[in-house]
Ligand binder design. Sequence first.
Ligand code: ATP
Length: 233
Amino acid sequence: MLAIEGLDCFYGDVQVLRGLTLSVAPGETLCLTGRNGAGKTTLMKAIMGLVRARAGRIVLDGTEISALPPDRVPKAGVGYVPQGRRLFSELTVRENLEIGLMARGRGKPALEAAIALFPVLAERMGQRSGTLSGGEQQMLAMARALCLEPKLLLLDEPTEGLMPSMIAAIRQSVAALKATGVSVILVEQRVEAVLDAVDRVAFLENGQLRETVSAEAIRADRSLIDRYVGIGH
Ligand SMILES: Nc1ncnc2c1ncn2[C@@H]1O[C@H](COP(=O)(O)OP(=O)(O)OP(=O)(O)O)[C@@H](O)[C@H]1O
């Protein structure tokens, strides 16, 4: 459903993505990992059209999204939860979700389906989002992106800054996303924390895709993680 072919991206003269080729199947959850500065966030931005491709292309279900202006990419079916979540902290949970609905979506049924995945939000619809825990904020950001009924959802470091118990909740949320049939690219340095919720892991190094390995193969040989991401992650 998503095909990235020979993608080159630059910031000024500095090349950050180099001939990157990667595909994601319908309903697949892919973990994208690599060291700091490998180019993970840049790839998310390139898919969203926020960083332009200098060579190569990105195709979603037959539409060349890398040729679209950035505001058309969400309408083509890509949802994005950036690093840091970008919620409106003064607004309530309900108001944040309604902003998600304004951009596209079927309205109430989309909102109800999104909340059904995150029951904790249903209990907190009137609460200001800035007062939610970090994990709850991440769930709200995911639910808001789902209100657009994307075919592909990009999650950039959803476990960043969270306590272990909340990381487990995010892992469960990612597993729940799978049941909706949406394809997911999850940027994550802590591969172990999400391994049980993903199908494949793509290792990015210095702007190039080193290898793509099934979660099953990593469970059988965890040293693969250290080889590509380094000890300590
Ligand atoms: N706006 C920018 N202008 C210039 N260089 C940038 C810009 N954003 C990122 N870079 C550089 O591009 C490279 C890739 O950055 P990117 O944020 O994609 O990496 P990352 O793998 O997401 O890293 P991290 O895990 O630290 O978030 C880095 O060397 C970074 O310094």
